[in-house]
Ligand binder design. Sequence first.
Ligand SMILES: Cc1cc2nc3c(=O)[nH]c(=O)nc-3n(C[C@H](O)[C@H](O)[C@H](O)COP(=O)(O)OP(=O)(O)OC[C@H]3O[C@@H](n4cnc5c(N)ncnc54)[C@H](O)[C@@H]3O)c2cc1C
Length: 504
Amino acid sequence: MAIKTVAQYIESIRDKREVWIDGERVEDLTTHPHIRTAVEMGAMDYAIAQDPRYRDLMIEIDEKGEPYHFCFKPMMTREDLMRKREVVQVTARTCFGMPGGAKFTGIDGLNSITAVTRRMDKEIGTSYAPRVEAFRQEMKANDSAVAVAVTDVKGDRSLRPSKQRQHPDFYLHVVDETRDGIVVRGAKVHISTSATVHDIIVIPTRAMLQDDTPYALAFAVKPDAKGLIHIMAEHEVADDANDLDSPLAAHIYTSESLLVFDDVFIPNDRVFLKGEWRYAGQFAYMFANYHRASADAYKSIENEMLVGAAALMAEYNGIAKAPHIQDKLAWLAWYTETTDALGRASCFDCSEDRELGVVFPDPVYSNAAKFFFAEHYHQAIKHLVDITGGIVATIPSSKDLLNPQIGPYVEKYLAGKEGVPTEHRFRMIKLVKDICSYFMQGVTLHGEGSLAAQRMSIRATSDWARYISAAKRAAGIREEKPHPSYGSLLDYPAWTWRKEKNII
Ligand SMILES: Cc1cc2nc3c(=O)[nH]c(=O)nc-3n(C[C@H](O)[C@H](O)[C@H](O)COP(=O)(O)OP(=O)(O)OC[C@H]3O[C@@H](n4cnc5c(N)ncnc54)[C@H](O)[C@@H]3O)c2cc1C
Protein backbone atom coordinates (compact mmCIF):
# COMPACT_ATOMS: atom_id res chain seq x y z
CA MET A 1 0.00 0.00 0.00
CA ALA A 2 1.87 3.09 -1.16
CA ILE A 3 -0.93 5.64 -1.53
CA LYS A 4 -3.40 5.68 1.33
CA THR A 5 -7.09 6.26 0.80
CA VAL A 6 -8.95 8.81 2.91
CA ALA A 7 -10.56 6.00 4.90
CA GLN A 8 -7.20 4.35 5.53
CA TYR A 9 -5.72 7.65 6.71
CA ILE A 10 -8.57 8.27 9.12
CA GLU A 11 -8.40 4.75 10.50
CA SER A 12 -4.62 4.92 10.83
CA ILE A 13 -4.61 7.82 13.29
CA ARG A 14 -6.93 6.05 15.74
CA ASP A 15 -4.32 4.96 18.27
CA LYS A 16 -3.25 5.69 21.82
CA ARG A 17 -1.69 9.11 21.17
CA GLU A 18 -2.15 11.45 24.14
CA VAL A 19 -4.08 14.44 22.80
CA TRP A 20 -5.71 17.16 24.90
CA ILE A 21 -7.97 20.03 23.93
CA ASP A 22 -10.07 22.39 26.08
CA GLY A 23 -8.83 20.65 29.22
CA GLU A 24 -9.97 17.19 28.16
CA ARG A 25 -8.18 14.09 26.92
CA VAL A 26 -9.48 13.11 23.49
CA GLU A 27 -10.31 9.45 22.94
CA ASP A 28 -11.13 9.54 19.24
CA LEU A 29 -9.69 12.40 17.18
CA THR A 30 -11.80 11.56 14.19
CA THR A 31 -15.13 12.25 15.91
CA HIS A 32 -14.17 15.23 18.12
CA PRO A 33 -16.04 18.40 16.96
CA HIS A 34 -12.85 20.44 16.47
CA ILE A 35 -10.16 17.88 15.81
CA ARG A 36 -12.38 16.24 13.22
CA THR A 37 -11.91 19.44 11.20
CA ALA A 38 -8.13 19.01 11.36
CA VAL A 39 -8.50 15.35 10.37
CA GLU A 40 -10.63 16.41 7.39
CA MET A 41 -7.89 18.78 6.24
CA GLY A 42 -5.28 16.01 6.52
CA ALA A 43 -7.64 13.75 4.61
CA MET A 44 -7.82 16.25 1.75
CA ASP A 45 -4.17 15.52 0.92
CA TYR A 46 -5.10 11.87 0.51
CA ALA A 47 -8.23 12.68 -1.50
CA ILE A 48 -6.19 14.83 -3.89
CA ALA A 49 -3.47 12.18 -4.29
CA GLN A 50 -6.13 9.57 -5.11
CA ASP A 51 -7.84 11.73 -7.71
CA PRO A 52 -6.99 10.90 -11.36
CA ARG A 53 -6.85 14.66 -12.14
CA TYR A 54 -3.76 15.01 -9.99
CA ARG A 55 -2.06 11.69 -10.61
CA ASP A 56 0.74 13.12 -12.76
CA LEU A 57 1.41 15.86 -10.25
CA MET A 58 1.21 13.90 -7.02
CA ILE A 59 2.36 10.39 -7.83
CA GLU A 60 5.82 8.94 -8.60
CA ILE A 61 6.64 5.34 -9.43
CA ASP A 62 9.64 3.75 -7.73
CA GLU A 63 12.14 1.28 -9.18
CA LYS A 64 9.92 -1.66 -8.11
CA GLY A 65 6.96 -0.15 -9.97
CA GLU A 66 5.26 0.93 -6.72
CA PRO A 67 3.48 4.30 -6.66
CA TYR A 68 4.46 6.76 -3.94
CA HIS A 69 3.72 10.39 -3.14
CA PHE A 70 6.02 12.80 -4.96
CA CYS A 71 6.66 14.70 -1.72
CA PHE A 72 8.86 11.85 -0.46
CA LYS A 73 11.30 12.32 -3.33
CA PRO A 74 14.42 14.30 -2.39
CA MET A 75 14.57 17.67 -4.13
CA MET A 76 17.25 17.15 -6.79
CA THR A 77 16.33 19.54 -9.61
CA ARG A 78 14.69 22.89 -10.23
CA GLU A 79 11.75 20.95 -11.74
CA ASP A 80 11.32 19.12 -8.43
CA LEU A 81 11.02 22.42 -6.58
CA MET A 82 8.61 23.88 -9.13
CA ARG A 83 6.50 20.73 -8.94
CA LYS A 84 6.52 20.78 -5.14
CA ARG A 85 5.30 24.38 -5.36
CA GLU A 86 2.47 23.28 -7.62
CA VAL A 87 1.53 20.53 -5.14
CA VAL A 88 1.25 23.15 -2.38
CA GLN A 89 -0.78 25.51 -4.58
CA VAL A 90 -3.24 22.87 -5.79
CA THR A 91 -3.73 21.75 -2.19
CA ALA A 92 -4.16 25.35 -1.02
CA ARG A 93 -6.73 26.11 -3.73
CA THR A 94 -8.64 23.02 -2.63
CA CYS A 95 -8.45 23.91 1.08
CA PHE A 96 -9.51 27.61 1.03
CA GLY A 97 -5.94 28.90 1.01
CA MET A 98 -4.55 26.42 3.56
CA PRO A 99 -1.78 24.04 2.58
CA GLY A 100 -3.40 20.78 3.70
CA GLY A 101 -2.65 18.77 6.79
CA ALA A 102 -0.53 15.79 5.79
CA LYS A 103 2.43 16.73 3.61
CA PHE A 104 3.32 20.35 4.22
CA THR A 105 5.61 21.44 7.06
CA GLY A 106 6.91 17.93 7.73
CA ILE A 107 8.10 17.47 4.16
CA ASP A 108 10.21 20.60 4.47
CA GLY A 109 11.63 19.06 7.64
CA LEU A 110 12.44 15.89 5.70
CA ASN A 111 14.21 17.91 3.01
CA SER A 112 16.20 19.73 5.70
CA ILE A 113 17.40 16.58 7.49
CA THR A 114 18.25 15.02 4.12
CA ALA A 115 20.57 17.87 3.13
CA VAL A 116 22.20 18.52 6.50
CA THR A 117 22.88 14.89 7.47
CA ARG A 118 24.51 14.34 4.06
CA ARG A 119 26.73 17.33 4.76
CA MET A 120 27.59 16.15 8.28
CA ASP A 121 28.45 12.63 7.15
CA LYS A 122 30.71 14.08 4.48
CA GLU A 123 32.42 16.65 6.67
CA ILE A 124 32.77 14.93 10.04
CA GLY A 125 32.23 11.24 9.24
CA THR A 126 28.95 10.67 11.09
CA SER A 127 26.51 8.16 9.63
CA TYR A 128 23.19 9.90 9.93
CA ALA A 129 22.23 10.15 6.25
CA PRO A 130 21.54 6.40 5.82
CA ARG A 131 19.21 6.61 8.84
CA VAL A 132 17.34 9.47 7.20
CA GLU A 133 17.12 7.45 4.01
CA ALA A 134 15.70 4.43 5.86
CA PHE A 135 13.20 6.72 7.59
CA ARG A 136 12.21 8.21 4.23
CA GLN A 137 11.63 4.75 2.76
CA GLU A 138 9.44 3.79 5.71
CA MET A 139 7.35 6.97 5.37
CA LYS A 140 7.11 6.46 1.63
CA ALA A 141 5.83 2.92 2.04
CA ASN A 142 3.38 4.04 4.71
CA ASP A 143 2.35 7.19 2.78
CA SER A 144 2.82 9.04 6.04
CA ALA A 145 1.33 12.31 7.08
CA VAL A 146 4.24 14.15 8.66
CA ALA A 147 4.72 17.19 10.90
CA VAL A 148 7.85 19.06 11.93
CA ALA A 149 8.65 20.35 15.41
CA VAL A 150 11.22 23.12 15.21
CA THR A 151 10.07 25.89 17.53
CA ASP A 152 11.10 25.37 21.16
CA VAL A 153 9.14 27.20 23.85
CA LYS A 154 12.35 29.20 24.47
CA GLY A 155 11.63 30.82 27.86
CA ASP A 156 13.67 34.03 28.09
CA ARG A 157 14.46 34.75 24.45
CA SER A 158 17.64 36.62 25.33
CA LEU A 159 19.20 33.47 26.84
CA ARG A 160 20.66 30.53 24.97
CA PRO A 161 19.34 26.99 25.66
CA SER A 162 21.93 26.07 28.31
CA LYS A 163 21.76 29.49 30.02
CA GLN A 164 18.04 29.56 30.87
CA ARG A 165 17.55 30.28 34.60
CA GLN A 166 14.07 29.05 35.61
CA HIS A 167 14.62 25.46 34.46
CA PRO A 168 16.73 23.65 31.87
CA ASP A 169 13.81 22.42 29.73
CA PHE A 170 12.86 25.46 27.64
CA TYR A 171 14.72 23.84 24.76
CA LEU A 172 14.41 20.13 24.04
CA HIS A 173 17.44 18.19 25.30
CA VAL A 174 18.85 14.76 26.10
CA VAL A 175 18.41 13.71 29.72
CA ASP A 176 19.52 10.10 29.47
CA GLU A 177 21.22 7.78 27.06
CA THR A 178 21.25 3.99 26.76
CA ARG A 179 22.87 1.64 24.27
CA ASP A 180 19.66 1.67 22.23
CA GLY A 181 18.78 5.33 22.19
CA ILE A 182 18.23 8.60 24.02
CA VAL A 183 15.64 10.02 26.38
CA VAL A 184 14.53 13.61 25.67
CA ARG A 185 12.75 16.26 27.72
CA GLY A 186 11.35 19.71 26.86
CA ALA A 187 8.57 21.16 24.73
CA LYS A 188 8.01 22.46 21.25
CA VAL A 189 5.20 24.88 20.52
CA HIS A 190 2.77 25.79 17.70
CA ILE A 191 3.37 22.41 16.05
CA SER A 192 0.86 22.19 13.20
CA THR A 193 -0.90 18.85 12.71
CA SER A 194 1.28 16.99 15.24
CA ALA A 195 -1.79 15.21 16.60
CA THR A 196 -3.11 14.05 13.24
CA VAL A 197 0.01 12.71 11.51
CA HIS A 198 1.98 9.45 11.50
CA ASP A 199 5.47 10.88 12.01
CA ILE A 200 6.96 13.99 13.58
CA ILE A 201 10.41 15.24 12.59
CA VAL A 202 12.14 17.20 15.35
CA ILE A 203 15.00 19.61 14.64
CA PRO A 204 16.71 22.47 16.53
CA THR A 205 15.19 25.92 16.32
CA ARG A 206 18.47 27.85 16.37
CA ALA A 207 22.23 27.80 16.12
CA MET A 208 24.01 26.58 19.24
CA LEU A 209 27.34 26.82 21.03
CA GLN A 210 29.37 24.13 22.77
CA ASP A 211 27.58 24.65 26.12
CA ASP A 212 24.38 23.75 24.34
CA THR A 213 25.60 20.29 23.27
CA PRO A 214 22.72 18.32 24.92
CA TYR A 215 20.28 20.58 23.08
CA ALA A 216 21.74 19.95 19.62
CA LEU A 217 19.22 17.33 18.70
CA ALA A 218 17.29 16.07 15.67
CA PHE A 219 15.19 12.93 15.45
CA ALA A 220 11.86 11.45 14.37
CA VAL A 221 9.16 10.34 16.75
CA LYS A 222 5.75 8.70 16.48
CA PRO A 223 2.82 10.83 17.73
CA ASP A 224 1.80 8.04 20.11
CA ALA A 225 5.25 7.67 21.69
CA LYS A 226 5.11 7.17 25.46
CA GLY A 227 5.52 10.51 27.25
CA LEU A 228 4.63 12.63 24.21
CA ILE A 229 1.68 14.91 25.02
CA HIS A 230 -0.15 17.05 22.44
CA ILE A 231 -1.94 20.03 24.02
CA MET A 232 -3.89 21.49 21.12
CA ALA A 233 -4.57 25.15 20.46
CA GLU A 234 -8.00 26.45 21.28
CA HIS A 235 -10.05 26.47 18.09
CA GLU A 236 -11.37 29.93 17.32
CA VAL A 237 -14.96 28.82 16.69
CA ALA A 238 -17.61 27.16 18.86
CA ASP A 239 -18.38 23.44 18.65
CA ASP A 240 -21.44 24.08 16.52
CA ALA A 241 -19.81 26.59 14.13
CA ASN A 242 -21.58 26.56 10.81
CA ASP A 243 -20.74 27.31 7.24
CA LEU A 244 -22.74 30.53 7.07
CA ASP A 245 -21.16 32.20 10.08
CA SER A 246 -17.63 30.84 9.75
CA PRO A 247 -17.03 29.76 6.18
CA LEU A 248 -13.29 29.34 6.81
CA ALA A 249 -12.91 28.74 10.51
CA ALA A 250 -15.63 26.07 10.61
CA HIS A 251 -13.51 24.01 8.19
CA ILE A 252 -9.96 25.11 8.89
CA TYR A 253 -8.18 24.03 12.00
CA THR A 254 -4.49 23.45 11.45
CA SER A 255 -4.41 22.20 15.01
CA GLU A 256 -1.17 23.58 16.44
CA SER A 257 -0.04 21.80 19.60
CA LEU A 258 2.12 22.54 22.57
CA LEU A 259 4.09 19.32 22.25
CA VAL A 260 5.47 18.15 25.58
CA PHE A 261 8.27 15.58 25.66
CA ASP A 262 8.02 14.11 29.14
CA ASP A 263 11.09 11.88 28.96
CA VAL A 264 10.43 10.31 25.59
CA PHE A 265 12.66 7.46 24.40
CA ILE A 266 14.04 7.81 20.87
CA PRO A 267 15.71 4.72 19.36
CA ASN A 268 19.13 5.27 17.78
CA ASP A 269 17.93 4.60 14.24
CA ARG A 270 15.64 7.64 14.47
CA VAL A 271 18.30 10.03 15.80
CA PHE A 272 19.74 12.39 13.16
CA LEU A 273 21.78 14.82 15.31
CA LYS A 274 23.05 14.22 18.80
CA GLY A 275 25.44 16.77 20.20
CA GLU A 276 27.16 17.96 17.02
CA TRP A 277 26.29 21.51 18.06
CA ARG A 278 28.07 23.21 15.13
CA TYR A 279 25.39 21.79 12.80
CA ALA A 280 22.33 22.66 14.90
CA GLY A 281 21.72 25.98 13.15
CA GLN A 282 22.04 24.38 9.72
CA PHE A 283 18.97 22.21 10.32
CA ALA A 284 16.90 25.29 11.17
CA TYR A 285 18.39 27.31 8.31
CA MET A 286 17.83 24.63 5.67
CA PHE A 287 14.30 23.97 6.93
CA ALA A 288 13.58 27.71 6.67
CA ASN A 289 14.82 27.80 3.06
CA TYR A 290 12.41 25.08 2.01
CA HIS A 291 9.58 26.14 4.25
CA ARG A 292 9.50 29.82 3.39
CA ALA A 293 9.18 28.88 -0.28
CA SER A 294 6.30 26.58 0.65
CA ALA A 295 4.72 29.41 2.63
CA ASP A 296 5.04 31.78 -0.32
CA ALA A 297 3.29 29.19 -2.46
CA TYR A 298 0.21 28.84 -0.28
CA LYS A 299 0.06 32.49 0.80
CA SER A 300 -0.30 33.69 -2.76
CA ILE A 301 -3.29 31.34 -3.05
CA GLU A 302 -4.73 32.58 0.24
CA ASN A 303 -4.26 36.11 -1.09
CA GLU A 304 -6.21 35.22 -4.25
CA MET A 305 -9.14 34.63 -1.90
CA LEU A 306 -8.47 37.89 -0.04
CA VAL A 307 -8.31 40.04 -3.16
CA GLY A 308 -11.36 38.24 -4.57
CA ALA A 309 -13.32 38.99 -1.38
CA ALA A 310 -12.32 42.67 -1.64
CA ALA A 311 -13.41 42.84 -5.29
CA LEU A 312 -16.75 41.18 -4.50
CA MET A 313 -17.43 43.41 -1.48
CA ALA A 314 -16.73 46.42 -3.67
CA GLU A 315 -19.18 45.06 -6.20
CA TYR A 316 -21.85 44.10 -3.62
CA ASN A 317 -21.58 47.52 -1.94
CA GLY A 318 -21.94 49.30 -5.28
CA ILE A 319 -18.56 51.07 -5.01
CA ALA A 320 -16.48 49.09 -7.52
CA LYS A 321 -16.06 52.07 -9.83
CA ALA A 322 -14.97 54.58 -7.18
CA PRO A 323 -11.35 55.65 -7.85
CA HIS A 324 -10.13 55.13 -4.27
CA ILE A 325 -11.60 51.61 -4.30
CA GLN A 326 -9.95 50.80 -7.61
CA ASP A 327 -6.61 51.97 -6.17
CA LYS A 328 -7.07 49.63 -3.24
CA LEU A 329 -8.02 46.72 -5.45
CA ALA A 330 -4.97 47.37 -7.64
CA TRP A 331 -2.79 47.40 -4.51
CA LEU A 332 -4.27 44.07 -3.39
CA ALA A 333 -3.67 42.46 -6.80
CA TRP A 334 -0.05 43.75 -6.68
CA TYR A 335 0.34 42.27 -3.19
CA THR A 336 -0.97 38.88 -4.35
CA GLU A 337 0.96 38.64 -7.59
CA THR A 338 4.25 39.89 -6.13
CA THR A 339 4.10 37.26 -3.40
CA ASP A 340 3.55 34.63 -6.07
CA ALA A 341 6.32 35.94 -8.32
CA LEU A 342 8.90 36.09 -5.53
CA GLY A 343 8.03 32.59 -4.37
CA ARG A 344 8.19 31.28 -7.92
CA ALA A 345 11.57 32.95 -8.44
CA SER A 346 12.93 31.27 -5.30
CA CYS A 347 12.25 27.84 -6.85
CA PHE A 348 13.14 28.73 -10.42
CA ASP A 349 16.46 30.34 -9.46
CA CYS A 350 17.18 27.69 -6.87
CA SER A 351 20.53 26.96 -5.24
CA GLU A 352 22.21 23.67 -5.95
CA ASP A 353 24.66 21.66 -3.85
CA ARG A 354 26.04 19.13 -6.31
CA GLU A 355 28.14 17.28 -3.76
CA LEU A 356 25.09 16.65 -1.60
CA GLY A 357 22.87 16.04 -4.62
CA VAL A 358 20.15 18.46 -3.50
CA VAL A 359 18.61 21.74 -4.58
CA PHE A 360 16.93 24.25 -2.30
CA PRO A 361 15.01 27.48 -2.91
CA ASP A 362 17.10 30.61 -3.32
CA PRO A 363 17.31 31.86 0.28
CA VAL A 364 17.12 35.57 -0.56
CA TYR A 365 14.05 35.22 -2.78
CA SER A 366 12.19 32.80 -0.51
CA ASN A 367 12.86 34.96 2.57
CA ALA A 368 11.99 38.10 0.62
CA ALA A 369 8.66 36.56 -0.42
CA LYS A 370 7.79 35.54 3.16
CA PHE A 371 8.88 38.93 4.47
CA PHE A 372 6.94 40.72 1.73
CA PHE A 373 3.60 39.10 2.44
CA ALA A 374 3.95 39.29 6.23
CA GLU A 375 5.19 42.89 6.24
CA HIS A 376 2.27 44.09 4.10
CA TYR A 377 -0.40 41.82 5.55
CA HIS A 378 -2.03 44.41 7.79
CA GLN A 379 -2.14 46.90 4.93
CA ALA A 380 -4.00 44.27 2.91
CA ILE A 381 -6.43 43.68 5.78
CA LYS A 382 -6.86 47.44 6.14
CA HIS A 383 -7.97 47.73 2.50
CA LEU A 384 -10.23 44.70 2.78
CA VAL A 385 -11.98 45.98 5.91
CA ASP A 386 -12.19 49.50 4.51
CA ILE A 387 -13.95 48.24 1.38
CA THR A 388 -16.25 45.88 3.34
CA GLY A 389 -17.47 48.48 5.83
CA GLY A 390 -18.20 48.40 9.57
CA ILE A 391 -20.62 45.55 9.03
CA VAL A 392 -17.65 43.21 9.31
CA ALA A 393 -17.66 44.02 13.04
CA THR A 394 -21.43 44.07 13.56
CA ILE A 395 -22.96 41.46 11.30
CA PRO A 396 -25.74 39.46 12.99
CA SER A 397 -25.61 35.70 13.32
CA SER A 398 -26.93 33.34 10.67
CA LYS A 399 -29.51 32.37 13.29
CA ASP A 400 -31.04 35.83 12.76
CA LEU A 401 -30.91 35.55 8.99
CA LEU A 402 -32.63 32.18 9.13
CA ASN A 403 -35.17 33.11 11.80
CA PRO A 404 -38.67 33.23 10.26
CA GLN A 405 -39.69 36.25 12.33
CA ILE A 406 -36.67 38.59 12.02
CA GLY A 407 -34.90 37.00 9.05
CA PRO A 408 -36.90 39.08 6.54
CA TYR A 409 -35.57 42.30 8.19
CA VAL A 410 -31.98 41.07 7.92
CA GLU A 411 -32.66 40.05 4.34
CA LYS A 412 -34.20 43.42 3.48
CA TYR A 413 -31.80 45.78 5.24
CA LEU A 414 -28.48 44.01 4.67
CA ALA A 415 -28.97 44.01 0.91
CA GLY A 416 -26.41 45.94 -1.13
CA LYS A 417 -26.35 46.60 -4.85
CA GLU A 418 -29.49 45.67 -6.76
CA GLY A 419 -29.33 42.20 -8.22
CA VAL A 420 -26.98 40.82 -5.55
CA PRO A 421 -28.73 38.34 -3.26
CA THR A 422 -28.46 39.44 0.40
CA GLU A 423 -27.29 35.95 1.24
CA HIS A 424 -24.23 36.44 -1.00
CA ARG A 425 -23.35 39.72 0.68
CA PHE A 426 -23.92 38.09 4.08
CA ARG A 427 -21.63 35.16 3.22
CA MET A 428 -18.92 37.43 1.86
CA ILE A 429 -18.91 39.62 4.99
CA LYS A 430 -18.53 36.47 7.09
CA LEU A 431 -15.62 35.37 4.88
CA VAL A 432 -13.94 38.75 5.38
CA LYS A 433 -14.40 38.34 9.13
CA ASP A 434 -12.66 34.96 9.00
CA ILE A 435 -9.85 36.31 6.80
CA CYS A 436 -9.22 38.96 9.49
CA SER A 437 -9.12 36.44 12.34
CA TYR A 438 -6.44 36.35 15.04
CA PHE A 439 -5.36 32.97 13.64
CA MET A 440 -4.72 34.48 10.20
CA GLN A 441 -2.76 37.32 11.78
CA GLY A 442 -0.64 34.98 13.90
CA VAL A 443 0.08 32.52 11.15
CA THR A 444 0.89 35.21 8.59
CA LEU A 445 3.35 37.04 10.81
CA HIS A 446 4.90 34.20 12.77
CA GLY A 447 4.23 30.97 10.86
CA GLU A 448 7.43 30.06 8.98
CA GLY A 449 9.39 32.37 11.31
CA SER A 450 9.08 35.92 12.57
CA LEU A 451 9.94 38.96 10.43
CA ALA A 452 13.28 39.27 12.24
CA ALA A 453 14.20 35.74 11.12
CA GLN A 454 13.66 36.67 7.47
CA ARG A 455 15.60 39.93 7.85
CA MET A 456 18.48 37.97 9.39
CA SER A 457 18.46 35.42 6.56
CA ILE A 458 18.25 38.09 3.87
CA ARG A 459 21.12 40.00 5.42
CA ALA A 460 23.21 36.84 5.77
CA THR A 461 22.63 35.45 2.28
CA SER A 462 22.38 38.53 0.06
CA ASP A 463 25.12 39.13 -2.49
CA TRP A 464 26.73 42.11 -0.74
CA ALA A 465 29.83 41.98 -2.96
CA ARG A 466 27.64 42.63 -5.99
CA TYR A 467 25.92 45.60 -4.39
CA ILE A 468 29.27 47.02 -3.29
CA SER A 469 30.78 46.66 -6.75
CA ALA A 470 27.79 48.48 -8.23
CA ALA A 471 28.21 51.39 -5.84
CA LYS A 472 32.01 51.57 -6.18
CA ARG A 473 31.80 51.48 -9.96
CA ALA A 474 29.28 54.31 -10.02
CA ALA A 475 31.26 56.35 -7.50
CA GLY A 476 34.48 55.79 -9.41
CA ILE A 477 36.25 53.83 -6.66
CA ARG A 478 38.75 51.31 -7.99
CA GLU A 479 38.25 47.69 -6.89
CA GLU A 480 40.98 45.06 -7.05
CA LYS A 481 38.54 42.21 -7.49
CA PRO A 482 35.11 43.43 -8.47
CA HIS A 483 32.14 41.10 -8.29
CA PRO A 484 31.96 38.92 -11.45
CA SER A 485 28.82 40.78 -12.57
CA TYR A 486 30.87 43.99 -12.65
CA GLY A 487 34.36 42.71 -13.48
CA SER A 488 34.24 42.68 -17.25
CA LEU A 489 31.76 45.35 -18.26
CA LEU A 490 32.31 47.84 -21.06
CA ASP A 491 33.65 51.19 -20.00
CA TYR A 492 30.97 53.81 -19.83
CA PRO A 493 31.85 56.45 -22.50
CA ALA A 494 32.03 59.40 -20.16
CA TRP A 495 34.60 57.61 -18.06
CA THR A 496 37.60 58.39 -20.28
CA TRP A 497 38.40 61.30 -17.99
CA ARG A 498 38.38 58.94 -15.01
CA LYS A 499 40.83 56.66 -16.80
CA GLU A 500 42.99 59.61 -17.74
CA LYS A 501 43.08 60.75 -14.15
CA ASN A 502 43.72 57.13 -13.11
CA ILE A 503 40.75 57.00 -10.71
CA ILE A 504 39.15 53.87 -12.11
C1 LIG B 1 -0.21 29.11 13.15
C2 LIG B 1 1.24 28.76 13.34
C3 LIG B 1 1.71 27.54 12.91
C4 LIG B 1 3.03 27.15 13.15
N1 LIG B 1 3.46 25.90 12.79
C5 LIG B 1 4.68 25.47 13.19
C6 LIG B 1 5.08 24.12 12.97
O1 LIG B 1 4.37 23.32 12.38
N2 LIG B 1 6.30 23.73 13.44
C7 LIG B 1 7.13 24.58 14.10
O2 LIG B 1 8.20 24.17 14.51
N3 LIG B 1 6.77 25.87 14.33
C8 LIG B 1 5.58 26.33 13.89
N4 LIG B 1 5.21 27.63 14.11
C9 LIG B 1 6.10 28.46 14.89
C10 LIG B 1 6.71 29.65 14.19
O3 LIG B 1 7.80 29.26 13.41
C11 LIG B 1 7.07 30.64 15.31
O4 LIG B 1 5.85 31.19 15.77
C12 LIG B 1 8.01 31.71 14.89
O5 LIG B 1 9.26 31.17 14.62
C13 LIG B 1 8.15 32.77 15.99
O6 LIG B 1 8.52 32.16 17.20
P1 LIG B 1 7.66 32.45 18.53
O7 LIG B 1 6.23 32.21 18.22
O8 LIG B 1 8.28 31.67 19.62
O9 LIG B 1 7.81 33.98 18.78
P2 LIG B 1 9.05 34.71 19.40
O10 LIG B 1 10.30 34.10 18.87
O11 LIG B 1 8.89 34.81 20.86
O12 LIG B 1 8.89 36.12 18.73
C14 LIG B 1 8.28 37.25 19.38
C15 LIG B 1 9.14 38.47 19.07
O13 LIG B 1 10.38 38.30 19.76
C16 LIG B 1 11.45 38.55 18.85
N5 LIG B 1 12.60 37.75 19.33
C17 LIG B 1 12.63 36.42 19.57
N6 LIG B 1 13.85 36.05 20.04
C18 LIG B 1 14.59 37.18 20.08
C19 LIG B 1 15.93 37.46 20.47
N7 LIG B 1 16.75 36.50 20.90
N8 LIG B 1 16.36 38.73 20.37
C20 LIG B 1 15.54 39.72 19.91
N9 LIG B 1 14.27 39.51 19.54
C21 LIG B 1 13.80 38.26 19.63
C22 LIG B 1 10.91 38.10 17.51
O14 LIG B 1 11.64 38.65 16.42
C23 LIG B 1 9.49 38.63 17.58
O15 LIG B 1 9.48 39.98 17.25
C24 LIG B 1 3.90 28.04 13.81
C25 LIG B 1 3.43 29.31 14.22
C26 LIG B 1 2.13 29.66 13.99
C27 LIG B 1 1.66 31.02 14.46
